[in-house]
Design a binder for this molecule. Structure first.
Ligand code: NAD
Length: 303
């Protein structure tokens, strides 16, 4: 095992607790900003009534109000045209009270998601999905980091501070999770392999990894015997299974197999999910400070 000495074998990474701690720091930061006349504002747009997206949006709004943000909620019918959605985004780009704009994905198939994401003012791109933000991340320039990969990095760092030189495998190459995740790990000097649906011998690719990040969307695809003893396993997947029995959430990793082998592992639910929302709040505060020219009330560590 290469250099994972500090990760206790089988540690369950508590994403709920890590997120609660981050939110409490952010709440203090918002109170501090309030004294300086700044109240961060987050606009959330959802198009259609996808049940999972509705739950995510409700949670994002609830958490943003809890830390003291101004919240602007735009719930649009599934029939909304791309033109109407673009007009709303342009209005929010111009709205002085709005520091962050989040467009909940997926959008209905008649809307071009890339065009919508590119229309968001980069200064308000708290999801980090604008092409400019993606380019900055790739080139190593400072900029907003997408919330889920940022959440994963903070959870990894919570287990092990120094990860330079470790082998990391990211399974999944989406623009919103897999690719930015790989760039963050690369930025931290990991040797990164990006695996995807066409990767050969995925189990043996994983077995070489000190860090595995699974972002696929296939329930329990990553088995316990794919994991190197002592590895850090970050499970991004959210999959609803057993719908007839009321439905329960599982990740992309077979948790009960992998927890006996991994050094540290995130559960689903209660791992990456809550931390992702906390990172959205963090990005919104950063955007509010940058837009309004005030100092960030917390250190902007490089994840
Ligand atoms: P996506 O569908 O855009 O991408 C999935 C990726 O998995 C693709 O790049 C594909 O190449 C890869 N893949 C598919 N089948 C594979 C296989 N058999 N072997 C290896 N790779 C394979 O999905 P996404 O948006 O990146 O999301 C991935 C998962 O993460 C989903 O379950 C999603 O719900 C979840 N998610 C969770 C959070 C969170 O906050 N926890 C945030 C975003 C996404």
């Amino acid at each position: 095992m290469s250099g994972l000495g500090t990760a206790n074998r089988g540690t369950r990474i508590n994403g709920e607790a890590a997120a609660a701690q981050l939110r409490s720091q952010l709440k203090e930061a918002v109170a501090d900003l309030e004294h300086r006349g700044v109240t961060p504002g987050l606009a959330v747009i959802i198009v259609g009534e996808d049940p999972a997206s509705s739950v995510y949006v409700r949670n994002k709004i609830r958490r943003s109000v809890e830390v003291g943000f101004r919240s602007f909620h735009h719930e649009l019918p599934v029939s909304t045209s791309e033109g109407d959605l673009l007009s709303l985004i342009l209005r929010l780009n111009d709205a002085p009270d709005v520091d962050g704009i989040l467009v909940q994905l997926p959008l209905p198939s008649h809307i071009d998601s890339q065009r919508i994401l590119a229309a968001v003012d980069p200064a308000k791109d708290v999801d980090g999905f604008h092409p400019l933000s993606a380019g900055k991340l790739m080139s190593g320039s400072p900029g907003v980091v997408p919330c889920t990969p940022l959440a994963c990095m903070l959870l990894i760092r919570g287990v092990k501070k120094e990860i330079g030189g470790l082998n990391a495998v990211v399974i999944g190459r989406s623009n919103i999770v897999g690719k930015p995740m790989a760039h963050l790990l690369l930025r931290s000097d990991c040797t990164v392999t990006m695996a995807h649906s066409k990767t050969n011998s995925l189990p043996s690719v994983c077995r070489a990894a000190d860090i595995v990040v699974a972002a696929v969307g296939h329930p329990e695809m990553v088995r316990g015997d794919w994991i190197k003893p002592g590895a850090i396993v970050i499970d991004v997947g959210i999959n609803r299974v057993d719908r007839e029995g009321g439905g329960r959430l599982v990740g992309d990793v077979a948790f009960h197999e992998a927890e006996n082998v991994a050094g540290a592992i995130t559960p689903v639910p209660g791992g990456v999910g809550p931390m992702t929302i906390a990172c959205l709040l963090r990005n919104t505060i950063q955007s509010a400070c940058a837009r309004r020219g005030v100092f960030l009330p917390f250190p902007s560590e490089d994840p």
